[in-house]
Design a protein around this ligand. Structure first.
Ligand SMILES: C[S@@+](CC[C@H](N)C(=O)[O-])C[C@H]1O[C@@H](n2cnc3c(N)ncnc32)[C@H](O)[C@@H]1O
Length: 359
């Protein structure tokens, strides 16, 4: 083991820097000291071009908007993306302001453009949602936060942008960072990992049968592009077992999760969301894989039970304090119509909880 993957990813503090506007439009000077720019660091010109094409259809849009049901105050959109949900929320709730966070500079730029018609009703903030409390508090001016939305994972433009390395469908440098201005790329992560760490990672993400073989093949290849990674996976897994790209899907997802420190981000982000909400405020979380959904479900149920250890049929005597009310048990899923229109809605799981008004 050469070290903990998350601690390596976290080696650079998640403080945000404003993007440099030097004449070359080169963002690489925003990289931490000692980190070489990735071969495909996004230039300002490319970034602007991408924001023109940033189209992400918000998943379970009506359900998210209805779940918020707020009259006034602030909604924090902790995963702003292309601001699809945020724009709908601003339309539906005319007294509400949005503070939107995203760690992806291209997403933020697209969101700014999308929200421009709403003037000062929206504020776009650079950063990660684990730091949501610190980022948002100075911006509220004591206006209560009535809702927090977390629409986890990556957006369609991130997946479909062939240059970012999130998808095995496009040959690209193996990057996978949502925040292209800092941290290790997937290629750098692989180069500094060992075979046991990679095998554990792939196992955790559902690739139990071939995790060891894939890890050995990946370490032997040290891929720097998506197609090299796919080839390394293919060499390790017999063709019959590679059903419709599922193995590559899981390997790519596992690497994306570790490169972006998504597990710690989610746990810290959920705590931060609760710390921000005003009593009665709503937490709306949408996840796209079972590992994430389990964390969200457990967090909400523990908030509801307050960690109570009493037998369910008896009144609580252990002193647990319930802080959350889960407004609907069981996740909300997309309808077959929505999935047909937007296949990315297929794996979405929406969960909603309300912060209780404590007596
Ligand atoms: C599924 S998309 C959100 C799409 C958005 N709801 C919309 O309607 O356009 C998720 C977004 O969250 C961002 N994101 C993911 N994890 C994040 C984190 N830990 N901190 C901040 N932003 C994050 C990604 O960069 C991406 O833009």
């Amino acid at each position: 083991m050469k070290g903990d993957a998350h601690s390596r990813v976290k080696r650079w503090p998640w403080t945000m820097r404003s993007l440099p506007t030097n004449p070359n439009g080169d963002f690489s000077s925003a990289l931490p000291l000692g980190v070489a720019p990735s071969p495909h660091s996004v230039t300002l010109v490319e970034g602007l071009q991408m924001t023109q094409d940033f189209v992400h259809e918000p998943v379970l849009a009506a359900e998210v908007v209805n779940a918020m049901a707020v009259e006034d105050g602030i909604i924090v959109d902790a995963t702003l993306g292309g601001a699809g949900h945020s724009a709908l929320l601003l339309e539906r709730y005319p007294q509400v302001r949005i503070i939107g966070i995203d760690r992806d500079p291209i997403a933020r730029e697209a969101a700014r453009r999308r929200l421009a018609p709403y003037g000062d009703r929206s504020t776009v903030v650079a950063g990660d949602f684990a730091s949501m409390a610190t980022l948002v508090r100075p911006l509220t001016h004591d206006v209560p936060i009535r809702g927090v939305l977390m629409d986890l994972g990556v957006s369609s433009p991130q997946l479909d942008d062939g240059s970012r390395g999130f998808s095995f469908r496009y040959d690209a440098p193996l990057d996978m960072r949502m925040d292209t201005t800092q941290g290790e790329t997937a290629a750098q992560y692989i180069a500094s990992a060992d075979v046991y760490e990679l095998a554990d990672l792939f196992r955790e993400h559902g690739e139990s049968r071939f995790a060891g073989a894939i890890a050995r093949s990946v370490i032997a290849a040290l891929p720097t592009t998506t197609s090299e990674l796919v080839s390394a996976v293919e060499r390790a897994v017999p063709a019959a077992a590679r059903r419709r790209g599922h193995v590559a899907t899981r390997v790519f997802q596992a690497l994306r999760v570790v490169v972006n420190d998504e597990e710690a981000q989610l746990r810290e982000g959920l705590d931060a969301a609760i710390s921000l909400l005003a009593p009665g405020g709503v937490l709306v979380v949408m996840s796209y894989h079972s590992g994430e959904d389990k964390v969200v479900k457990k967090f909400m149920l523990e908030g509801e039970s307050g960690g109570c250890t009493c037998p369910p049929q008896l009144p609580c005597v252990c002193g647990a304090i319930s802080t959350l009310e889960v407004t609907r048990h069981g996740a909300i899923l997309a309808s077959s119509d929505e999935v047909e229109r937007n296949p990315r809605a297929r794996s979405a799981r929406l969960r909603i909880a309300r912060l209780k008004e404590l007596a």
